[in-house]
Ligand binder design. Structure first.
Ligand SMILES: Cc1ncc(COP(=O)(O)O)c(C=O)c1O
Length: 415
């Protein structure tokens, strides 16, 4: 027993947490559900819950606002999460600004850059609404120009299509790393190089990538990267972060101003603290960020390369649904260009009905609809799709069950 325990600890230190171990540590996955909706949000492992509970029970104080020992402990734990997140994406701790989700992180860039009339922003037809609507607001209110680049039928962006529309008014290129609706992996490193060559800022929406696959902000040459805490990282809902390359830390105007970020104030002026703390106005989500720090450690304990490998294998198995009569799968055929997301329709059936049947027949949780990516749906000429998405913790048997039940649904009701 003792030897087994020692071996297990050794494996965990080496980034070898097994699927069974991870699975056993996630209470929600013990409820009998076949959870194939990780692209929406992920369940929380016990060590992350424990870190938050410890805060609530032992040092439930505010951060950066006092000298007593509970506030110092809370501040230390809150600040330590920056370093843990930075390790996941190859950044420095001071380049991490906390946010409540990926949407807020994107809005921090859209509102903080001071874009003006005539400036051009390039985005793609594959964006989540969260990386589209903030730029549309700037079109309306500031008179910027928003250029939307088309995708291939497989929902891939060709870097040359982006390069073709860069001009001397272009201030920023933004794109999703992995399409949340389709799962296609985009050539962010090539686009990062283009942005650098043309001296244009580059924001990556890595909502579906961070925690799922290796992400390296230096290799991408991005200036900003937005990520949620509650998806690939297995952190709690209500958390996310923005990577801000260090040379832009002072350029970005904070989205919120107020208490907790001030060095001195008089009636008409103030001096704010330095970044990244300047992005933390108001009482932040302290337990959430502490949990997110623990979650970042947790995915590093599993090993991000191992997560990516496993998701690739689970996706390979999910793609068996492409062979079912009446089923159409969207996105690239090449597994290397796919994250752990498979999006499909059953001919003759509404996508919501398919999702309801999977739930009713086998307690399989998938998402149906436009996935907050209506332009992508229009690009494909469909109203919506059914989307199954995985993480490291899914068993092969769960994916096989999806294929089996879908075969039954397509045979009995499709066509
Ligand atoms: C690609 C992409 N961008 C942005 C978001 C928004 O993330 P959040 O819900 O954390 O704001 C999502 C969420 O699904 C997403 O998949």
């Amino acid at each position: 027993m003792a030897v087994e325990r020692t071996k297990r600890r050794g494996r965990e230190r080496l980034g070898m947490k097994t699927v069974e171990q991870v699975r056993a540590e996630i209470p929600f996955l013990q409820t009998g559900i076949i959870y194939l909706d990780s692209a929406a949000t992920t369940p929380t492992p016990q060590p992350v819950l424990d870190a938050m509970l410890e805060y609530f029970q032992e040092f439930s104080a505010n951060v950066g606002r006092g000298l007593h020992r509970a506030t110092r402990r809370a501040t230390d734990a809150f600040e330590a999460a920056r370093g843990k997140l930075a390790r996941v994406i190859g950044a420095k701790p001071e380049e991490i600004a906390y946010a409540k989700n990926a949407t807020e992180a994107i809005n921090m860039v859209a509102q903080g850059l001071g874009l003006r009339k005539g400036d051009k922003v390039i985005a793609t037809v594959l964006e989540h609404h969260s990386n589209l609507i903030p730029w549309q607001r700037l079109e309306r209110t500031k008179g910027i120009e928003l250029e939307i680049v088309r995708a291939t039928r497989d929902c891939l962006i060709e870097p040359s299509e982006i390069e073709a529309v860069i001009d001397d008014r272009t201030r920023l290129i933004t794109m999703t790393h992995i399409s949340n609706a389709i799962g296609s992996i985009q050539p962010v490193e090539e686009v990062g190089k283009l942005a650098r060559e043309h001296d244009v800022l580059f924001l990556v929406d890595a909502a579906q990538a961070v925690g799922h696959m290796p992400v390296d902000v230096r290799a991408m040459e991005c200036d900003f990267l937005a990520a949620p805490g509650h998806k690939g990282l297995l952190g709690p809902q209500g958390t996310g972060f923005l990577y801000v390359r260090e040379d832009h830390l002072h350029e970005l105007e904070p989205l919120l101003l107020g208490g907790g970020i001030v060095e001195s104030v008089d009636e008409h002026s103030c001096k704010l603290v330095e970044p990244p703390q300047v992005f933390d106005a108001g009482t932040p989500n302290i337990p959430g960020i502490i949990g997110l720090g623990r979650a970042a450690e947790y995915v590093l304990e599993i090993g991000i390369e191992r997560i990516a490998e496993r998701e690739r294998e689970l996706t390979r198995r999910m793609l068996q649904i492409a062979d079912i009569e009446h089923v159409e799968v969207y996105g690239p055929g090449d597994l290397e260009r796919r994250g752990g997301v498979v999006s499909f329709n059953v001919r003759g059936l509404d996508h919501h009905d398919v999702a309801s049947m999977l739930d009713e027949l086998a307690n399989i949780a998938v998402r149906s609809g436009h996935h907050c990516a209506a332009p992508t749906m229009r690009h494909l000429g469909v109203e919506g799709t059914v989307r199954a998405s995985v993480h490291y913790y899914n068993f092969e048997g769960e994916v096989e069950k999806l294929v089996e039940v879908l075969e039954q649904v397509a045979r009995d009701f499709g066509g």
